[in-house]
Design a protein around this ligand. Structure first.
Ligand code: APR
Length: 236
């Protein structure tokens, strides 16, 4: 079986990280244009650095939950029997999937623990703040920015994702509102290519009726249950 899982902010909510579009979410307190566009960064880099420095520190202070752990367990199970069978695509910039033990993680929107040099293009592991304008270890310029994909920029590893989505038998969406493209289009692409589609989300979201299977509830409950059922089926 070839499986692709797409995760969004909802999977990290129970770890204590805010989602974007909830009533107390990140976009309630900040304007997207100010903190998540290249134009916003050009206008007010201090504000943007403060936003991501805070989020990086917050992410370092929380731990993965049962949903992250269940997906790591599923990956270990599938890759022990079928080497080509698992891709976890996440829109999240936290590292909770990796800390739960997931290995094949594609961060299509970048990573908080990475810095991107606007001058030389280097992508560097980075766990400290950027607001104090540290020099780029590669070129020396004080030109580092958060290595996150902002609105108007092209997500990472799109060719690899498109191929995995096209080839999968099962496409599973966890904890995303399904409104931000291109990720929001992946389930339709997978369905058109013949995959079975599953939605695991707190509540109904845009297009939920088009999924073959829908399980509503908190990710920490719904995901482990769904993973256990899938692993059980693969043994029968
Ligand atoms: N369990 C499962 N799902 C949850 C939970 C939970 N505990 N809490 C919230 N959710 C669901 C919400 O119902 C919602 O559908 O997670 C989804 C979160 O949606 P958004 O806040 O829109 O986050 P996401 O879909 O990841 O956003 C996509 O938008 O702003 C950009 O780049 C940012 O990667 C982000 C992208």
């Amino acid at each position: 079986m070839k499986l692709v899982v797409l995760t969004g902010a909802g999977i990290s909510a129970e770890s204590g990280l805010k989602t974007f579009r909830a009533s107390d979410g990140l976009w309630e307190a900040h304007r997207i244009d100010d903190v998540a566009t290249p134009e916003g960064f050009a206008r007010d880099p201090d504000l943007v650095h403060a936003f991501y420095d805070t989020r990086r520190a917050q992410a370092q202070g929380v731990v993965p939950n049962a949903a992250h752990a269940a997906l790591a367990r599923l990956e270990a199970h599938l890759t022990s029997t079928d080497d080509a069978g698992f891709t976890l695509v996440t829109q999240n910039i936290d590292d909770l999937h990796e800390r739960a033990g997931s290995v094949r993680v594609v961060h299509m929107h970048g990573e908080l623990n990475s810095a991107l040099c606007s001058q030389c293009g280097a992508r560097l592991p980075w766990t400290g703040p950027l607001g104090n304008r540290p020099p780029c270890p590669r070129c020396g310029g004080h030109t580092l920015r958060p290595d996150v994909v902002w609105f108007g920029e092209i997500p990472y590893r799109m060719n690899e994702i498109a191929q995995a989505v096209d080839e999968c038998d099962l496409f599973v969406v966890v904890g995303t509102s399904g409104v931000v493209y291109p990720a929001a289009g992946f389930s339709s692409m997978a369905r058109a290519a013949g995959a079975r589609t599953v939605l695991l989300n707190l509540e109904e979201q845009d297009g939920w009726a088009r999924y073959d299977e829908v399980h509503l509830g908190p990710a920490s409950e719904v995901v482990p249950r769904w993973v256990d059922d899938l692993i059980g089926e693969s043994h029968t």
